[in-house]
Design a protein around this ligand. Structure first.
Ligand code: TXA
Ligand code: MG
Length: 520
């Protein structure tokens, strides 16, 4: 098939309209992204959209109209709040979901009894719909899973030869897809954020909720917006979303050889970069996002560190696309510790900590800190209140006596941890300098893992750990085994940590570097 290139002249739009009426597919510009249109009343034509895009059949299409009065034949009912929204916003980058009419085939609604309706702002889009004389069912005009096309040339790079025509209308002014809002229940729910923001909608209809899928990965749940469950907007490169200030982003990416940065125009980075808008200017970010993702592909990027946008206003729409482009991999540099390090006794956590120190990390050792904090009067006071005032004399802790009292029961140990863990974590946070590592045997048990961008566990085969503990502490096999069994088992660490270093005699530095490359 040869794909016709059409302009926005009356004559060309007439041709486009004819193609639609005889069941063909026409890509057209809108203010958000290009759509791939077909006659919304034509089941067969709608099927061809799914085929051309490679789109899963359970993901419904939006129906586009040129005039508000066209809504009547598409939906069975316009609830009062939906009417308010339509009156306040249409034409807009806003899709309103209502109960569908009989006329909308189930292929278009993907089997649902609802349909999304949108009246685009873009003049060419509305003139095209008018020329067709029927409502236009259209998803974004990209291959399924690729970034949405914000320019006709991206439509062609995905779809050339597979669709009847494309109307060339330059770059889209907004750049991210419409806000999708369900008006079916009592309280409206935003299924996909876009240029019409929650705040703007709330001014018109009162309380509005955000679907969980807007900010989270819901692959394993039933979702109200089927589109949100697919890996989306993905460039070919592996993308990691990085939260944090400009200076932290710069420091973090500095040694990422071979990778590229996707960042704001103001960002200074030491690796090659592609920008997407200006810092703090969410509209400029939305406009540039998808073309920047495609540009990274053109440059052959394999790994990309993307500087995270803010989640407010239109930024929420940008964030929502970004977390999907990154397959939900987010590194938060504003957490106090870049890495949390933990592991089984005798596995060699200390050696890994030392290696990280040599690599330039600021390592905070929970054991060392635990000895220092007991000198603090506040902590000492709490310990005395819990275990007897005689455990300290002249402000000096008698460690042996404290251990004897605390470890005689599991309740005692719990009481001790409740006092010491927060104090240790506090002191470590105060001493942490980017990039910091918190080295703690009880990283997960104390909740400190939540303060770490990523976590690494060090494990080792049991026989090896046994030998190491006996040699290190000069204790019998029996005592060593008791200590080992009092701890969590390997499985615990492996399921909780982002990565494991397995200290079984293989070169440890190679493993550490590999793990760091994988999780950072
Ligand atoms: O800005 C846009 O909305 C663009 C332009 C072309 O209008 N279109 C677009 O369509 O982005 P598409 O198909 O790529 O995304 C439509 C989204 C999907 O996430 C889909 O699951 C959701 O809207 N959706 C459509 N109808 C729905 C319905 N009845 N119930 C729930 N979600 C629906
Ligand atoms: Mg799409």
């Amino acid at each position: 098939m040869k794909t016709l290139r059409l302009s926005s002249s009356d004559e060309d739009l007439k041709t486009a309209g004819e193609i639609i009426r005889r069941g063909g597919l026409v890509a057209f510009p809108t203010e958000t992204v290009y759509g791939l249109g077909a006659n919304a009343f034509d089941e067969k034509a709608a099927k061809n959209i799914f085929r051309a895009k490679g789109r899963p059949a359970d993901n419904p299409l939006i129906v586009h109209i040129a005039d508000k009065k066209d809504i009547a034949e598409i939906v069975s009912d316009v609830p009062p709040k939906a009417k308010k929204l339509i009156d306040a916003f249409f034409p807009a980058p806003l899709t309103v979901i209502m109960k569908k009419s009989e006329k909308i085939p189930l292929t278009v609604s993907a089997g649902l009894d609802t349909v999304g309706v949108r009246m685009p702002q873009n003049e060419t889009a509305r003139r095209f719909i008018k020329a067709a004389g029927v409502p236009i069912a259209a998803p974004s005009a990209n291959k399924s899973g690729r970034p949405s096309p914000t320019d006709a040339r991206y439509v062609l790079s995905d779809m050339d030869g597979e669709i009847d025509a494309v109307i060339e209308g330059g770059q889209c002014s907004i750049g991210v897809e419409s806000t999708v809002i369900s008006m079916v229940g009592d309280i409206p729910v935003i299924l996909r954020p876009g240029a019409v923001t929650k705040e703007q909608i709330e001014k018109v209809v009162g309380e509005v909720r955000l679907a969980k899928a807007v900010k989270e990965n819901v692959t394993n749940e039933t979702v109200r917006s089927p589109g949100m469950k697919y890996k989306h907007y993905a460039p070919k490169a592996e993308v990691v979303l990085v939260k944090g200030s400009a200076s932290k982003f710069k420091a973090f990416t500095a040694n990422k050889k071979g990778a590229m940065a996707l960042c704001f125009e103001e960002d200074e980075v030491a690796i090659p970069r592609v920008t997407y808008g200006r810092q703090g200017d969410d509209e400029s970010q939305a406009k540039a996002l998808f073309s920047s993702l495609r540009h990274l592909d053109e440059l052959g990027a394999e790994k990309v560190y993307a500087h995270c946008p803010s989640e407010t206003g239109v930024g929420l729409a940008v964030y929502n696309r970004m977390i999907r482009a990154a397959a939900f991999r987010i590194i938060d540099l504003e957490k106090p510790f870049l890495i949390g390090l933990t592991g089984q006794t005798g596995a060699g956590k200390g050696y890994v900590a030392k290696t990280l120190k040599e690599l330039g990390f600021n390592v905070l050792d929970a054991d060392l800190i635990s000895h220092q904090i007991t000198d603090e009067p506040a902590v000492l006071g709490q310990l005395q209140a819990a275990f007897g005032s005689d455990i300290a004399e002249n402000g000096k802790l008698n460690r042996a006596l404290l251990a004897e009292r605390a470890f005689e029961s599991s309740e005692g140990e719990e009481k001790l941890n409740k006092i010491t863990h927060p104090a240790i974590i506090d002191a470590a946070v105060r001493a942490a300098e980017f990039p910091a590592v918190f080295d703690a045997a009880l990283l997960f048990e104390s909740g400190a893992d939540k303060l770490c961008a990523v976590t690494i566990a060090v494990t080792a085969p049991e026989e090896l750990r046994l030998k190491r503990i006996m040699a290190r502490d000069g204790i019998s096999e029996e005592t060593a085994l008791l200590r080992m069994n009092a701890q969590q088992q390997e499985e615990y660490y492996k399921t909780k940590a982002n990565a494991a270093v397995i200290n079984d005699g293989r070169d440890i530095k190679t493993q550490i570097n590999k793990v760091l490359g994988e999780i950072l």
